[in-house]
Design a protein around this ligand. Sequence first.
Ligand code: HXC
Ligand code: NAP
Length: 301
Amino acid sequence: MAELSMNDLMFRDGLLNGERILITGGGTGLGKVMAEACVMLGAQVYICGRRGGVVEETAKELTDAHGGKCVGLACDIRVPEAIHDMLDQVWADGGALTGLVNNAAGNFISRTEDLSPRGFDAIANIVFRGSFFVTLDCGKRWLAEKKHASVVSILTTWVWHGGPFTVPSAMSKAGLNVMTQSLAVEWGNRGVRFNAIAPGPFPTEGAWARLSPGRAAEREKADPTIPLGRTGEMRELANLAVYLLHPGSAYVNGQTIAIDGGGHLAGRGRADLASWGDAEWEAARNAIRGANEKDRAQRTV
Ligand code: HXC
Ligand code: NAP
């Protein structure tokens, strides 16, 4: 279901006219709401994910609700050749992108001593390597064509204080934080700028199934551990992403902006899981496996 109306956005109609934006993992959750805001404000939007049906359905849902252009593309960002083919298709469809949102991710809670190498890779290959490969392929095109672009990577506040029980994700996001700072300097003087958003908890089905198994995302509005007493609202994240994608923020470069109600200043991360024993971990693993199997059955690439 489409989520936003113009009243949710801080911006005027047509703000993103002429912008062309790719949002990885844009078929669901935070990627979907950022795609929706961009479509509503006039951008041509591309969303990708491994579940072809999900991205196509989201693209249709958003254009049915708001008009405009949104294209769903099946692509696994762990595969550099697949990224290259997707970007060829996007460039052929209307020219260079003006914006990229590195949003696709994988994650699950686990005691670190229970991780296998494949478990680590399952996350690092999407978040750390996949996001870099997408950035690199876009970047080569922008530099060769002397185009301006804004890259926004979706991190977490764990990049500042660590992520116990989510170590592969925290390590991978920290790598993207350093990529943001490094490329802001290396490519800034050639028109490509880099920023990142570090969200606190925003209840989505994908995150809750793997980080709070057994708890329904839609019921998680209150959060007493956050200074503001609540989780994030989707429109709040969408507004920040639009700001960073628009040329009006052109002098902002190399920044990672928290949007977490002040949560990371109050000490976040899943340190609470230290009290779990074997039974709780076994139950969590089984619940997460169920969510993974359900999603995997829908993959078309
Ligand atoms: C330990 C686990 C595990 C678990 C999987 N593995 N789940 N290990 N505990 N709960 C291990 C498996 O046993 C296997 O290793 C390896 O990981 C690969 O598992 P697959 O299921 O084959 O992986 P794959 O199909 O590639 O799926 C990737 C995935 C899955 C990351 C595991 O969750 C996924 O596709 N996620 C995409 C969506 C997602 O995660 N969204 C949430 C983002 S939220 P072995 O050795 O057994 O073969 C987020 C929030 C951050 O990032 C911040 C919040 C504040
Ligand atoms: P989500 O709905 O599960 O989104 C993750 C998306 O990534 C899915 O659409 C998934 O689609 C896609 N994806 C995963 N692996 C991929 C691959 N190899 N190639 C292409 N696409 C892939 O979860 P979310 O909560 O919206 O998370 C979105 C982003 O916000 C992530 O970067 C996450 O780390 C970050 N974040 C979320 C929260 C939160 O509280 N929700 C907090 C901090 C940060 P497929 O499965 O179809 O590929």
